[in-house]
Design a protein around this ligand. Structure first.
Ligand SMILES: NC(=O)c1ccc[n+]([C@@H]2O[C@H](COP(=O)([O-])OP(=O)(O)OC[C@H]3O[C@@H](n4cnc5c(N)ncnc54)[C@H](OP(=O)(O)O)[C@@H]3O)[C@@H](O)[C@H]2O)c1
Length: 211
């Protein structure tokens, strides 16, 4: 699959590399694409670099992976995204702490509204880039769960396959519990913690029981 990244820092570089290793074609983007030369070389022949607009045109799927305060500007530079699936890795950290979102809205809902017509699925945001790099590809009961959430069934199916290709266990978190994959870090949620299939299932059962 052709995948464009909007941003290519710690998360973008890591996830893009994992997908490239699985045979996907990646167009990493930066406001200064020439500075991605080392990344492209390290990832190998499945990787290229360009602008975010080029990445948006190239990818059937886009990885949105810029700091929260830059999301608006980055999406605007990427251009129209109708028909695209955006995998949102962002967390709502602003200067001075967590960004306040309107009316208890999740960061996923907030970004879905400003995603230039794309279908948004959230994933790759609960674990650090360093941990994702180290933990990808584990097997059996040690395989690390990658939680994802979204509203569009077809898009979620595509994202689940990409999560699997990158070496993690795709694990859908129901829309009503999307806050459990977003900051702040708190006990009994997915954000900031390593989960495996058995413990993740037990956690969802607990969340359902508490409702
Ligand atoms: N790091 C982690 O462990 C981690 C874990 C989970 C989730 N996240 C989330 O993932 C997102 C990316 O984090 P990161 O740590 O990978 O960030 P990072 O290493 O600081 O990289 C940020 C990327 O965003 C791009 N960028 C910055 N400002 C931009 C703008 N105004 N327009 C377009 N692109 C811009 C930068 O590209 P240029 O080359 O153009 O500067 C760079 O590629 C954040 O929302 C973060 O909360 C991070």
């Amino acid at each position: 699959m052709n995948i464009g990244t909007i941003g290519a820092g710690r998360i973008g570089g890591t996830v893009g590399r994992l997908w490239a290793q699985a045979g996907h074609h990646i167009l990493f983007s930066s406001r200064n694409p020439e500075q991605l030369a080392d990344l492209v070389k390290a990832v190998g022949p499945n990787a290229h670099a360009g602008s975010s607009r080029e990445a948006a045109q190239f990818g059937e799927v886009l990885l949105l992976t810029v700091p929260w305060p830059a999301v608006e500007e980055a999406l605007s530079a990427a251009g129209p995204l109708h028909g695209k699936i955006v995998i949102d890795t962002t967390n709502q950290f602003a200067a001075g702490g967590l960004a306040q979102l309107p009316h208890g809205m999740s960061a996923l809902e907030f970004n879905s509204q400003r995603a230039n017509g794309a279908t948004v699925v959230k994933a790759y945001n609960t674990l650090t880039a360093g941990f994702q790099s180290e933990a990808a590809g584990r097997s059996g009961p040690e395989r690390v769960v990658m939680p994802y959430a979204g509203q569009d069934a077809a898009a979620k199916q595509v994202v689940a396959q990409l999560i699997s290709d990158s070496g993690f266990e795709p694990f859908e978190v129901p829309w009503e519990f999307v806050h459990a994959i977003e900051p702040p870090r708190r006990a009994g949620t997915f954000y900031g913690e390593e989960w495996h299939l058995d413990t993740a299932r037990a956690l969802i059962a607990q969340l359902v029981a508490k409702k």
